[in-house]
Design a protein around this ligand. Structure first.
Ligand code: ATP
Length: 292
């Protein structure tokens, strides 16, 4: 049996962390949405296969137990005592270690895909719980629709559809490691964005309000390491975005534009300055779940 799953990238329209749990992991309050920049995950199962094998078109991603897609397959194999082997082929389009949740989305795609292929009949909520064992962004990626994300990443409250807009997504040359940024959070000094106001803006379908209240508590930490973030943001504002912000722990920056023509203008200004720039819009996997 085989199945092809789309694995969209995510961005954080708002990211706050109110405190650190005793186990060291951050408590999150985030508004996240998926964008139409996706990896494609082909999953093949067969009793003629043994174990789990991973193939990617990058040449530098791990293809063993360190790959989040491998971890997802292993979790389901162990939980349901399945001996059938799995081969996973990942076509990477999402920049790696960029704050766009590519690895988590690949893992979520494997959970959704194997749930179908092995007829496990798990709900998205049950898949999200399993996903939390892999990475804090996996539960959101299982749903891949606009949501308020809280707890350690496991509390997902779906939000209304976003008003229409375009995003210019630009990745600086350097990458950052999420754990190294999380270690540097100093909870006494952190500036907390108003997550509730972003949620209220989404409820009203008001793009100006969403843009006014967007914020990312991790941005000042990553900016200290990668100054290119501020240069990209400035360029985006100079060319007319309504708001510009870093996604996740960075370093990718996104700019919000109501009109495609404006997004194209911003995109043209950044091409040549950054080697990875995209024009995308928010997307949702929800529609593809309706017929399942
Ligand atoms: P985070 O969700 O931690 O913010 P990110 O979006 O910044 O992550 P990813 O592209 O998910 O970054 O990669 C983070 C790390 O995970 C990289 O060091 C990479 O080697 C590892 N990794 C494991 N599996 C994958 C995968 N399938 N795709 C991308 N990275 C992976």
């Amino acid at each position: 049996m085989d199945i092809l799953e789309k694995a969209p990238a995510k961005i954080n329209l708002c990211l706050d962390t109110p405190f650190r749990h005793l186990d060291g992991s951050p408590e999150w309050r985030m508004v996240m949405t998926s964008i139409d920049l996706s990896d494609y995950v082909h999953i093949e199962t067969s009793s003629a296969l043994t174990g789990i094998s991973i193939e990617t078109d990058t040449g530098f991603l791990p293809s063993d137990h360190r790959n989040l897609a491998y971890k997802a397959a292993k979790e389901l194999q162990c939980l349901f005592n399945i001996s059938e082997g799995v081969h996973i082929n990942i076509k990477k389009n999402i920049p790696v270690a960029a704050g766009l949740g590519g690895g988590s989305s690949d893992a979520a795609a494997v959970l959704r895909g194997l749930n179908q292929v092995w007829n496990l009949k798990l709900s998205l909520c049950e898949l999200a719980k399993i996903g939390l064992k892999i990475d804090s962004d996996v539960p959101f990626c299982v749903y891949s629709k606009t949501a308020l994300v809280e707890g350690k990443g496991e509390l997902i409250t779906p939000l209304d559809e976003l008003p229409p807009f375009w995003l210019v997504v630009a990745k600086p040359h350097e990458s950052v490691s999420t754990p190294s940024i999380l270690k540097k959070i100093s909870y006494e000094k952190i500036e907390h964005p108003n997550v509730d106001n972003v949620v209220a803006g989404i409820k009203k379908g008001n793009l100006a309000e969403i843009c006014k209240w967007m914020g990312n508590a991790l941005e000042p930490i990553t900016v200290k390491e990668i100054s290119e973030i501020n240069k990209i943001k400035q360029k985006m504002y100079d060319f007319g975005v309504q708001a510009a912000q870093m996604s996740g722990s960075g370093p990718t920056v996104f700019g919000v534009c109501a009109k495609y023509s404006r997004a194209q203008h911003v995109y043209n200004s950044l091409k040549g300055f950054c080697n990875e720039v995209y024009i995308v819009h928010p997307c949702s996997l929800e529609k593809s779940f309706e017929h399942r």
